[in-house]
Write a protein that binds this ligand. Structure first.
Ligand SMILES: C[S@@+](CC[C@H](N)C(=O)[O-])C[C@H]1O[C@@H](n2cnc3c(N)ncnc32)[C@H](O)[C@@H]1O
Length: 315
């Protein structure tokens, strides 16, 4: 008896999305449950089809090349599950300094999931990881829309560039600034901006360490996604962002809590620890979306993987 694929009835309208979902479902046990949840969580099929098509166009319609990009998400998910077991056993992340990550991961010639492969995994996770899709949806409805006509937006770090591209597409008279330390991230962001038809005069990109980044500009909106866990001094980053934000500005923040990825350094053990730093840096949450990654766990538990997301304003 053949098993009905989870997304199959959408095939006519969203062919690439369905092929991608089928590929994930056929190649990893992890995605059968995940895709069922995604389908029930109000996935924006138009947007998901577009994100998939942008990748297929990027690899010049080469389907093998496309599924190689998609496959990075399977590698990334399995690595997360393995590392999470390590965290649960040891109570710590594998590395705790940026120097260690640089030496063992970024400069390791034997590591498969790095550079653009790592970025493709992040890119596809925005659609095919429930928690990432929920955050992306929250961002699109609560942060990227209904803004004043003109303004300045900053994203640190840009990573894939999906967030800043969507923000600028939804706010056509705004100017953008993006900062990321990684070459790959900056190049990837340039592509994503081009796929979303954002002209280069609307965005300034800086390949720069956030701790060293200086500008006279002050921003109406700042996005900082999945970053605090990647640095040794997350409070320092929040203080810097506070300085860069206008008095009536808003910061969109997401943080991985007690969730091990190989380049996570700073171990937050609960949502309250993040809230502590947020308050110390001079912010107050206006709205929060706090999700436990595993079922039957509460997002307010300690020592359970959580995705903390909030829209913050200055105290
Ligand atoms: C997990 S990605 C987050 C990307 C994106 N915001 C997202 O939500 O998908 C982490 C990014 O942080 C960047 N990064 C790490 N340390 C940095 C630093 N000190 N200053 C600026 N960017 C940094 C890396 O290059 C990488 O692109």
């Amino acid at each position: 008896m053949s098993i009905k694929m989870i997304f199959s009835e959408l095939k006519e309208k969203y062919p690439l999305l369905v092929d991608t979902a089928n590929y994930l479902e056929q190649n990893s046990f992890f995605f059968r449950t995940t895709l069922t949840k995604i389908k029930g969580s109000g996935l924006d099929y138009e947007l998901a089809e577009k994100l998939c098509s942008d990748c297929l166009n990027h690899v010049k319609q080469n389907r093998d090349g496309y599924f190689k990009c998609v496959h990075t998400l399977i590698d990334f998910s399995l690595e997360f599950l393995k590392l999470q077991m390590h965290l649960e056993k040891t109570g710590r992340y594998t590395y705790s300094t940026f120097k260690e990550i640089e030496e063992n991961i970024y400069s390791n010639p034997n590591r498969k999931l790095k550079g653009p492969w790592y970025t493709w995994a992040l890119y596809f996770s925005q659609i095919f990881w429930v928690s990432h899709w929920n955050v992306f949806r929250f961002f699109l409805s609560e942060f990227a829309k209904n803004n004043k006509e003109h303004g300045e937006v900053l994203e640190v770090p840009t990573g894939t560039g999906i967030y800043i591209a969507q923000f600028l597409a939804n706010n056509p008279s705004w100017q953008g600034t993006g900062v990321d330390l990684g070459n790959t991230a900056i190049e990837f962001t340039k592509n994503v901006l081009a796929w979303n038809k954002i002209p280069s005069h609307r965005i300034a990109l800086y390949k720069e360490d956030i701790y060293k980044f200086e500008t006279d500009k002050r921003f109406d909106r700042i996005m900082c996604g999945e970053f605090l866990e990647h640095v040794e001094d997350p409070l320092g980053v929040l203080i810097k962002l506070h300085k860069l934000l206008k008095p009536d500005g808003k910061l969109f923040l997401t943080v991985a809590v007690y969730a091990e990825m190989i380049d996570h350094i700073y171990l937050y053990k609960s949502a309250d620890e993040v809230r502590g730093h947020v308050k110390e840096a001079g912010f107050i949450p206006e709205k929060e979306l706090v999700q436990a990654i595993f079922e039957n766990k509460s997002p307010e538990d300690r020592d359970t993987p959580i995705n903390y997301c909030a829209i913050l304003k200055k105290i």
